[in-house]
Design a protein. Structure first.
Length: 233
């Protein structure tokens, strides 16, 4: 975790300083998504909390640690719909409470008297992981969080020119489900690895800057790129 001062510390980004998000295809029509700030995180995955040489794991551990330290305070609760070991470790070493919620029974065990969850994280697309539908995911997040809680969807999209679901197609499913559950898309984080020059952060990036970071041909040894969508009540 870098000592760099993060402007988005546990926060709802300033709506007055936004940049246009990508357009989302809804029902065949190009509809501009809500204006949200875009931040680029370049995470040095050459070292971290994982075995030397395992750059995928190093990137995952550094990303998990940064999310936990930015969006929660010590002793707050982090919930995870995927049981991710890197997020678990990041929560434990920073004195947060980690809760894996990977089944309906674990969600049912949530007691209204328990401390609200400060951060909920889940991967998209879900594949076979429960829950598979975005409406169910956001409804569950509504049960877990209070007004200060943050939801992070870690979205993997097909890179330009490759087969698979595009970023716009994922957004077309996620944004309406979020809105229906009372969540607002507040921030997009473009996280990339393989820098080897230390962590670097670009706040209020433009779409072009974010696209360049995500698809930089010079970063041939980069091991990972993922878009993180932040939602708040």
């Amino acid at each position: 975790m870098t000592a760099h001062d993060d402007h988005s510390r546990k926060t709802k980004p300033d709506a007055a300083s936004t940049t246009p998000d990508r357009e989302v295809q809804l029902g065949g029509d190009a509809v501009a998504a809500a204006l949200v700030p875009i931040t680029v995180w370049r995470l040095d995955d050459s070292n971290g909390d994982s075995p030397a040489g395992d750059r995928d794991a190093s990137f995952a551990s550094r990303l998990a640690r940064r999310l936990v330290e930015i969006y929660t305070d010590p002793h707050e609760v982090v919930a995870d719909f995927d049981g991710d070991p890197h997020l678990n470790t990041a929560a434990e070493v920073t004195a947060r409470t980690y809760r894996a919620i990977t089944s309906p029974a674990q969600l049912s065990d949530h007691d209204a008297s328990m401390s609200p969850v400060a951060l909920v994280v889940w991967r998209w697309p879900r594949d076979a992981a429960w829950p598979t539908k975005p409406t169910t995911l956001f409804a569950a997040c509504r049960l877990l969080t209070d007004l200060d809680g943050c939801v992070i969807a870690a979205v993997r999209s097909a890179e330009p020119g490759q087969t698979g679901t595009s970023h716009a197609e994922h957004m077309a499913r996620l944004l309406p489900a979020a809105q229906a559950a009372g969540f607002r898309h507040m921030l997009q984080i473009v996280a990339v690895g393989g820098c080897d020059t230390g962590d670097q952060f670009l706040y209020h990036a433009t779409n072009d800057q974010a696209a360049t970071a995500a698809n930089d041909p010079a970063a041939a040894d980069r091991v990972c790129h993922i878009d993180l969508l932040a939602f708040t009540r």
